[in-house]
Write a protein that binds this ligand. Structure first.
Ligand SMILES: [Zn+2]
Length: 634
């Protein structure tokens, strides 16, 4: 790239130098003759040489590099124009083929031979070549999935997102979400079209669909684009596209692929800015992984879920292997709060509305994004270089526990322990990967046990906890688990959903470390108890089913199976026994550091651990992570 630009703008000195050389010879010859008193001879000798000097320096032939530049521009005209329509600057640059990089061959113009003189300078005489030809760019649509076998429609091909800018409003009475999401991405292929995941549709109960969210406009780099929606039924049980003839697909909303057709092809390497404007009431997912999405509450909404959640409220490349920074602006009625990821950049009240602007400056997987709306009791403080921002739903203070305290009281107390937990985990995992931390303790969605969120989630910098995490006898275990995910899951994300033990095995191991730190079982005792009876069940069939699941390939329906968590943690304790404490904690810290802000695979972890330990651990990990049976301890 750099060499191409220099060739196009470079300055050629050789004709000028040639001219100066002839001029010097002419003046020298004339001077010699003058000194010998031959004035007329000096004139006749010097004049032709001076004339040649003038011709050589003034009537320049096109230099080879200038000649290269012109055909390059000609050859790239169609691509540059088409790209410039969609992406005025970057696409045009990337579309202009660089001759040095294999673009259309340049055709150097012939250099006129100088007038013969007594001292002719050598002149290059390039062979004539054919006129420049145009090589059309082959623009193709990006793939509808990013290539994850567990969830083949999740994510998309052909581009890499760098930033999401959500500028939305939420109306808690109607639950309408509206506004514009702008997705900034880099094309990784020449694109004629590309997909975003945006679950705008729900089943109507009779084989058709209703549009929960209506898209009103899409622009690509500021120009109107066209789009289409393709909807696929998804199995409740597996998260996979529904098999033909199966009826297992009534609870979870279908996956909808939004195909964006830009006004012109987009070249590899170009920046694509896609702005999608929409409004509607987002669907809530209910499948074998639990409820997820935008939950409607009395005073707002809770946004949480895994693996599917992001596409229910913003168009995205919905897969943890494509992380991006986020700006989340949410407008809500004044008096309500919006709690998002990262830092609160501004909170601007304007009459009846307040705009909350949350900035997540480090890459984040889409499922970790939240913009939870409602009435919350906020506490903030800075400690150890980390800004803490905690939110507790006031309703939790009305939820009394035995002994007179409340769920809200317990949540507040455990949130106060966050700096201690983060300090402790940092000893094992290395420095906390973000500059913000905190948590959101949400109210129950309704009066029955079914109205309580059945899981806590490690939303980046700001995990979300339901009321059961703060019961009368609750310790910090759940908070330890979600804070450990800030290293393993959030900062270092899984490349594929089959790698989820890299999240859950590590977070479970963090709970074991914390329990030991609190005077409970050692991690080895926790391992031995789990090895003897991993499910805690009296039914041997339950343990047999546990051991039949491979933590590093649990199947799409098994990503939250106990083996992913407990056998994952057991794998780490066995690794610790195998390589010793020093190498083990060097592996944990080095892994967190080496892939901070990125996504990684199990194979990369195995290779990394082997390199630190100085021995091939492939067979060890095969046994613990991939064998569908109970590993022997021999
Ligand atoms: Zn977890």
């Amino acid at each position: 790239m750099q060499s191409c630009e220099l060739a196009a703008t470079g300055f050629d000195a050789w004709p000028l130098l040639l001219g100066l050389a002839f001029a010097a010879i002419g003046i020298g010859v004339a001077g010699l003759m003058l000194r010998r008193g031959r004035r007329r001879g000096a004139l006749f000798a010097a004049a032709p040489l001076l004339l040649v000097a003038l011709l050589a320096s003034g009537v320049q032939a096109p230099s080879s590099s200038q000649a290269e530049a012109r055909p390059a521009l000609v050859a790239s005209t169609s691509a540059a124009v088409s790209a410039a329509i969609s992406t005025p600057v970057s696409a045009a640059i990337s579309a202009a083929p660089c001759p040095a990089a294999g673009g259309p061959a340049p055709a150097p113009a012939p250099v006129p031979a100088p007038v013969p003189t007594g001292a002719p300078a050598p002149t290059p005489s390039p062979a004539p070549t054919a006129p420049p030809t145009t090589t059309p760019i082959d623009f193709q649509p990006g793939a509808a999935g990013i290539g994850d076998a567990y969830f083949p429609l999740d994510g998309n091909g052909g581009y890499d997102v760098t930033h999401y800018a959500l500028d939305l409003a939420y109306e808690p009475t109607s639950h309408v979400l509206s506004g514009t999401t702008t997705v900034t991405a880099t094309a990784t292929q020449n694109l004629s079209a590309y997909n975003l995941d945006f679950d705008t549709r729900a089943s109507d109960g009779s084989g058709g669909y209703i549009d929960d969210i209506a898209i009103s406009a899409i622009t690509v780099d500021g120009l109107p684009a066209t789009w289409s929606l393709a909807t696929t039924e998804i199995s409740d049980a597996t998260g996979q596209p529904l098999e033909a003839g199966s009826t297992d697909g009534t609870a979870t909303p279908p996956r909808t692929e939004l195909t964006v057709i830009p006004p012109a092809g987009i070249a590899t390497g170009a920046t694509i800015t896609t702005a999608v404007t929409y409004a509607g009431v987002p669907v809530t997912i209910a499948d074998a992984f639990g409820p997820a999405g935008v939950f409607r509450t009395d005073d707002g909404a809770v946004v949480v879920g895994q693996p599917r959640v992001a596409a229910t409220w913003f168009p995205s490349n919905d897969h943890p292997s494509d992380k991006a920074t986020f700006s989340t602006r949410m407008t809500v009625p004044t008096g309500l709060q919006v709690i998002g990821n990262g830092r609160l950049a501004s909170e601007t009240a304007s009459g009846a509305s307040t705009v909350w602007d949350w900035e997540m400056d480090q890459p984040m997987a889409t499922y970790l994004a939240t913009a939870t709306v409602g009435d919350y009791t906020i506490t903030e403080h800075d400690e150890g270089g980390i800004s803490y921002y905690n939110a507790v739903a006031p309703a939790l203070f009305d939820k009394k526990l035995d002994g007179g305290s409340s769920v809200g009281d317990v949540a507040t107390k455990i949130f106060n322990d966050e700096p201690e937990v983060i300090s402790f985990l940092s000893e094992s995992f290395g420095a906390y990967p973000f500059s913000e931390a905190g948590g959101i303790a949400i109210a129950d969605f309704g009066p029955t046990p079914d109205d309580v969120l059945p899981y806590a989630l490690e939303n980046q910098t700001r995990p979300i906890y339901p009321s059961w995490a703060f019961g009368a006898d609750a310790d910090a275990g759940t908070v330890v688990h979600e804070l450990a995910h800030q290293w393993f899951g959030d900062s270092v994300s899984m490349q594929r959903w089959s790698d989820i033990w890299l999240n859950e095995g590590f977070a479970t191991y963090a709970e074991w470390l914390w329990a030991e730190h609190q005077g409970g079982d050692t991690t080895q005792q926790a391992f031995e108890a789990a090895y003897a009876n991993p499910t805690g069940s009296d039914d041997p069939a339950d343990d047999a089913a546990f051991w039949a699941t491979a933590p590093a390939d649990p199947g799409s329906a098994g990503i939250f199976d106990g083996a992913v968590y407990t056998r994952g943690a057991m794998t780490l304790q066995t690794l610790r026994t195998e390589v010793g404490d020093t190498a083990f904690f060097t592996i944990l810290k080095g892994w967190a550091s080496a892939h901070a802000g990125g996504s990684a695979t199990t194979a990369e972890f195995v290779a990394y651990a082997s390199s630190v330990a100085g021995t091939d651990l492939g067979a060890f990990f095969d046994t613990w992570l991939y064998e569908p049976s109970k590993p022997s301890l021999d």
